[in-house]
Design a protein around this ligand. Structure first.
Ligand SMILES: [Zn+2]
Length: 611
């Protein structure tokens, strides 16, 4: 659904208010909490007067690109006037509509995480209410505003169980063992600063002038804030190196690590995060894929969310600047907000030592492979996908923006460097636009492509016409060639495999126990074997899946694989040699055998390598 921006005067029909120090005073009670439900009490600003007041609960929030209708989780609404008289309330479009002059609205809130009705709400944007262990307060899921009056300040009092700490980047006015008081200047600011309550586990450090706080909740206590901070430090250093100066002076990382057995909330294994101006909130698995995989996921996700400080947080169109929580308008520039951000997180790590240049290119191209799974019938342009992303048919295609988007950004970066003889790059153009516009000065949604062309070169307009407004795949072969690599759309590659039917590991156990019914497997695995070593490497609960993938499910070489297992009758060494085969690989590349000095120089500049 695409709606054009309605004139603001339109919304103010029944509401008049005077701006001032008057505010919303909200109490959120995490102590009186039953069945994952808490009570919220909202005192309205005293200068606000309306005869039929619509208390809006957002249908969507910035950065999510989906319709989630948070009002669905608000129940038992009551409203009172100045004399304490109860007023008539009706629900309309998930909002609360009050007849009369309310001064106070009270209601209960259910969480989105384990509510069957909330299953389509992405956890980093939703709410978790487990008052004994963890509460995730994305404030838009708990608090609304009277229509036309979202620019009043908010004072938020949270009553909390003893021993709980509320981590947030929201301004903290006071704090005791049993309560916190926070302040936000507007509704937008409140929504942009989520909080997570649980037993404290936080680590703080300074990185390139940014005061960083890491708060962690880990369901089985597998992850700790100090080890997460150790992953974030070099990641942020790489980001700082790419950016030159950091765009913020403080930042909070809020991590919820889910256990794999928490099926009610991990659902379709949809993990991820949501960005904010001074924080980001993560919902990630505690990890059974090994420490490396967990660290890689933390590093790449955190770099992505942090880099959102560029776009859309400091450069965006009018649809985001004055976000319409009731009828959200979708910008055509998801390629910029999500595509460029994902590209920059890869580039930052490739320009540092965290990602080898060829691994960077492999990551980019593997996105194209995944993209094909979504484009079974027809390919849509990134502009069309952006503008219609709230429609169910397009919502299904949404992940494509993280696959095609970064490749488009990569080709755009290469093209900008080529058109300007290396004088400009994509980051430089975005910086230039941030100077011209900025967080409080949105650009016109339809004018951005022309702005880019104006800053860089008239020929750049053609790039957008073909690859962003049009449905052509970005010119990946030319872009790889510019860096001294040869692109192969489709090629035959050698593969190795073991003839194993249904060989897995027991899910109910931490121990690496083999599950198989196949008695003729080439290793001679028996059901119930406990893995001890694979090719000499000790198998642990943390690395078991990683080792199984690398050596048994998808062996990387034709070499014999040795597995030491424990059985009732002792230790046994099993061996097998993988069989060789061929498969068609799409979107691959190889190094140009003798690239010209100009190409090598371009590559050096691109990856900012000194030699
Ligand atoms: Zn993002």
């Amino acid at each position: 659904m695409l709606l054009r921006t309605a004139p603001m005067a339109f919304v103010l029909l029944t509401t008049t208010f005077a701006a001032g120090i008057d505010s919303y005073n909200v109490t959120i009670d995490l102590v009186r909490c039953t069945n994952d439900r808490i009570t919220v009490e909202v005192e309205l600003p005293s200068t606000l007067s309306c005869t039929e007041c619509r208390y809006v609960l957002p249908r969507s929030v910035p950065g999510t690109y989906s319709l989630d209708r948070y009002g669905r989780f608000v129940v038992d609404a009551r409203a009172y006037d100045a004399s304490g008289k109860i007023l008539a309330v009706r629900r309309d479009d998930d909002d609360i509509v009050v007849k009369g002059r309310p001064v106070r609205i009270v209601y209960a809130v259910n969480d989105t995480w384990d509510d069957p009705a909330g299953s389509e709400v992405f956890n980093p944007t939703g709410s978790n209410i487990q008052c004994d262990t963890n509460v995730v307060l994305n404030f838009h899921a708990f608090v609304g505003y009277i229509e036309g009056a979202k620019n009043f300040p908010y004072n938020i009092s949270v009553r909390k169980p003893r021993g709980f700490y509320g981590a947030t980047s929201l301004e903290r006015r006071s704090s005791t063992d049993t309560s916190d008081v926070f302040h936000a200047r507007t509704y937008m600011e409140l929504v942009d600063n989520p909080a997570m309550y649980c037993s404290p586990d936080t680590t703080s450090f300074d990185q390139n002038g940014v005061r960083v706080t890491v708060a962690v909740y880990s369901h089985n206590k597998r992850m700790r804030s100090d080890s997460v901070a150790a992953v974030l430090k070099p990641t942020l250093a790489a980001v700082a190196r790419m950016l030159g100066t950091m765009p913020v002076d403080r930042y909070t990382f809020l991590f919820y690590f889910a256990g794999m057995q928490q099926r009610d909330i991990t659902r379709g294994l949809s993990f991820g995060a949501l960005e904010h101006a001074h924080s980001s909130l993560y919902f990630l698995p505690e990890g059974s894929g090994g420490e490396n995989m967990a660290h890689e996921m933390i590093a790449s996700t955190a770099a992505h969310e942090f880099l959102h400080i560029l776009v859309p947080l400091n450069l965006h169109s009018e649809h985001i600047a004055d976000f319409d929580f009731r009828s959200p308008q979708m910008s055509r520039h998801l390629w910029l907000y999500e595509g460029c951000t994902e590209y920059f997180q890869l580039l930052a790590r490739a320009q540092d030592t965290l990602l080898e240049p060829e691994a960077f290119l492999r990551e980019l191209l593997s996105n194209l492979r995944m993209m094909q799974m979504f484009y079974r019938t027809r390919r849509v342009s990134l502009v069309e996908l952006s503008q219609r992303v709230l429609e169910p048919e397009y919502q299904k295609l949404y992940p494509v923006i993280y696959m095609q988007g970064p490749v488009v950004a990569f080709c755009l970066d290469v093209t900008i460097r080529q058109l300007t003889g290396g004088r400009m790059d994509l980051l430089g153009v975005i910086r230039e636009l941030m100077r011209k516009y900025g967080p409080n000065r949105p650009f016109r949604d339809e004018a951005l492509f022309d702005e880019f062309a104006h800053l860089v070169h008239p020929a750049l307009r053609e790039f957008f016409r073909r690859y962003v407004e049009g449905t052509e795949l970005p010119p990946i072969a030319e872009c790889l060639q510019a860096l001294g690599y040869r692109y192969h759309d489709s090629t035959q590659v050698e593969t190795y495999q073991f003839e194993l039917s249904a060989l897995s590991l027991r899910r109910s156990s931490e121990e690496p126990i083999v599950v198989t019914r196949d008695t003729t497997n080439p290793f001679g695995f028996r059901n119930g074997d406990t893995l001890v070593r694979i090719n000499g490497i000790l198998v642990t609960p943390e690395n078991k899946y990683e080792l199984m993938s690398k050596y048994i499910w998808a062996p990387q070489s034709p070499d014999t694989v040795r597995v030491l297992v424990r059985r009732s009758d002792g230790l046994v060494e099993l061996r097998a040699v993988p069989t060789k085969g061929y498969r068609t690989a799409r979107y691959t590349f190889s190094a140009e055998p003798s690239p010209s000095p100009a190409v090598l120089e371009f590559r050096k500049q691109f990856f900012r390598k000194s030699s």
